[in-house]
Ligand binder design. Sequence first.
Ligand code: COA
Length: 179
Amino acid sequence: MTPEVATRATVGGVTALTVRDATADDLPAVAAIYTHYVVRTTMTFNTQVRTPREWMERFEMEIREGPYHLLVAELDGVVRGYVESQRFRPKPAYARSLELSIYVDPEATGTGAGGALYGELFRRLEGTTYHRAYSIIALPNDDSLRFHERWGFVHRGTLTEAGYKFGRYLDVAYYERAL
Ligand SMILES: CC(C)(COP(=O)(O)OP(=O)(O)OC[C@H]1O[C@@H](n2cnc3c(N)ncnc32)[C@H](O)[C@@H]1OP(=O)(O)O)[C@@H](O)C(=O)NCCC(=O)NCCS
C-alpha cells in the first residue's frame, strides 16, 4: 500500500493536508469522528456507535488487504476525516457497486479534507472493476448535498420518512456517481 498519496500544499505555512491509507493505529481517531455523528446528529442512521472491536474486525477483514478502502485525511498531522468504501448491497450482482461514507471532524469541515479524500479515492477507483459509487444522504444535510453534487454525484431519488431517529422521521436521498 502507498503510505502517503495526496498532499495539499501548505497554505501560508499553517495547514498541511495529507490523505493516506488508514492504519490500525488510526482507528480510534476515525471512530471518534464517527461517534460524534452517531450520537449527536441524524446525518447517519446508526444509533449505536461501532465498537473498537467492530472497527478492527472490519479493518482486518475488508480493508487492510482490500477489497475496500479506508482513507484518512490529516490536517497538521492530526486525523480529521475519513472516507470508507463498502459493498453497496449483499447480493452478488451488486459486486461492482460501492457505498461510500465520508465524515470530517465537525471542527474541520470546509477545510478541504473531504475534497482531498474523495479526490484520492476516485483516483484509486479509476480503472478498477468498480462501476458505480453511492452515497446515501440522510436529510436535511445541505452541505453534503452540495459537496456530493460538486464531486459528480447525481440525485437518483429520495425515500421519504425511511428513518426514525431522535423522535422524528427522516428522509434519505440516494446519490450515484459513475466510476
Ligand atoms: C460533507 C463533508 C464530508 C464535506 O467535507 P469537507 O471537508 O467539509 O469538504 P470540503 O472542505 O472539501 O468542501 C466543502 C465545500 O463547502 C464549503 N464549505 C464552507 N463551509 C463549510 C462547512 N461548514 N461545511 C462544509 N462545507 C463548507 C467549502 O468551502 C467547500 O467549497 P469549495 O469546494 O467550493 O471550496 C463534511 O462537511 C462533513 O463531514 N459533514 C458532516 C458529516 C456529513 O454530512 N457526512 C456525509 C454524510 S452523507
